[in-house]
Design a protein around this ligand. Structure first.
Ligand code: PLP
Length: 391
């Protein structure tokens, strides 16, 4: 059985070209990038070349890229760094209800320190209204943080408009672009963002490496203490193989940006439409909004999402629910409840996220399996009444 991987928003395989690029930096070119001898200089040159590639992916200058351990650290550094560097007794942040927990929980941690946070609601399609950002501004607002593309729905947020509003108000603006990088063109200058997070393992580089774009002139306090690495913004000996990998992945992502998102959008659209046509009581979440082309989030009413994930896995299809399972209880996704789904509907929703591992045949193979599995699980549901075909 060929297993189909429809979970690229969770993580991606490392591209073979990325593996090849990073391998020499484990055992051959192993210098510390801060050492002044030749070993060190070789590592430094590789790190700086990677910085150029990452900068190019987002339209920044190399000096504005800080390497981190991933998307979570980038989000933490951006939010904590800007808020803690800001002057003033009272501080206020504006964010949205559908951010990743790397942003939401960081904001909550700051609330415990006395920072005020506004969590803006989103439309039923999963998009925040830029007007609501403007209305939420206060004299002591120091930061707006709004993600570029949502990880569960794929919905694209109006970053450029929000960037203009933040700039007019003279407030720092961070965007979590972890799910946008490689899927959408990104130009930090055009978007008007001061800080932007990316993660290696969502763009075919390994887990445990990421980057934060910090516009030059942004006041950012380091959140860890040590050496003078990364221009005093992120101490710690550089993860040279990981950084080289991120650089190569960024280079490849930029090359593929013209074709791969279009290919995936066509596959996603065909998959989505066929599910809606063939399976009753299904709906696409976020369908009314602009979305990244690889993601679809579908509610299969009358089904427990976790059971469907497991049943599909047994048939060789890997996908996910947005729900986080903690202490044995499955919490409905905060994103799906934010767009108005009842808890039962949120729990009945699955995310399929396509990527480079998927040829067109994967969609056909999945479509041969999903309707049957859904029908089987629904037969077990006391709530489900099969629609009677019209005479
Ligand atoms: N932000 C978003 C939108 C994400 O989807 C993720 C990962 O799922 C992260 C941040 C965290 O990135 P990392 O896994 O590199 O810490």
């Amino acid at each position: 059985m060929r297993r189909i991987y429809f979970d690229h928003n969770a993580t991606t395989p490392v591209d073979p070209e990325v593996v090849a690029a990073m391998l020499p930096f484990f055992a051959e070119t192993y210098g510390n990038a801060s050492s002044i001898h030749t070993f060190g200089q070789q590592a430094r040159a590789a790190v700086e070349q990677a910085r150029e590639h990452v900068a190019r992916l987002v339209g920044a200058r190399a000096a504005e890229i800080v390497f981190t351990s991933g998307g979570t650290e980038s989000d933490n550094l951006a939010i904590l760094g800007v808020v803690r560097a800001a002057r003033g007794e009272r501080k206020h942040i504006i964010t949205t209800a559908i951010e990743h927990h790397a942003v939401l929980n960081t904001c909550q941690a700051l609330e415990a320190e006395g920072v005020e946070v506004t969590y803006l609601p989103v439309s039923p399609a999963g998009v925040v209204d830029p007007g609501a950002v403007r209305d939420a501004l206060r004299p002591h607002t120091v930061l707006v943080t709004v993600m570029m593309a949502n990880n569960e729905l794929g919905t694209i947020q109006p970053i450029e408009e929000i960037g203009r509003i933040a700039a007019e108000a003279d407030v720092w603006f961070h965007t979590d672009a972890v799910q946008a990088a490689g899927k959408l063109p990104i130009d930090v200058k055009m978007l008007g963002v001061d800080l932007l997070s990316i993660s290696g393992h969502k763009i075919y580089a390994p887990k445990g490496v990421g980057a934060l774009y910090v516009r030059s002139g942004t006041r950012l306090a380091a959140q860890a203490f040590g050496g003078h690495h990364e221009r005093d913004r992120r101490p710690g000996t550089e993860n040279v193989p990981g950084i080289v990998a991120l650089g190569k992945a960024a280079e490849l992502a930029l090359v593929k940006l013209g074709s791969e998102p279009v290919r995936l959008a066509a596959l996603r659209d065909r998959f989505e439409q066929a599910i809606l046509d063939r399976i009753p009581a299904t709906r696409v979440n976020g369908a009314g909004a602009l979305r990244v082309g690889n993601t679809t989030n579908i509610t299969f009413s009358f089904i427990e999402g976790e059971s469907l994930v497991i049943a599909l896995d047994l048939k060789g299809i890997a996908c996910s629910t947005g729900a986080a399972c903690s202490s044995g209880a499955i919490e409905p996704s905060h994103v799906l409840t934010a767009i108005g789904l009842a808890p039962a509907e949120a729990r009945a929703s699955l995310r399929f996220s396509l990527g480079r591992t998927n040829p067109a045949e994967d969609v056909d193979q999945a479509l041969a399996v999903v309707p049957e599995v859904v029908d089987h699980l629904r037969q077990l549901s006391p709530l489900y009444k099969k629609p009677v075909p019209a005479p």
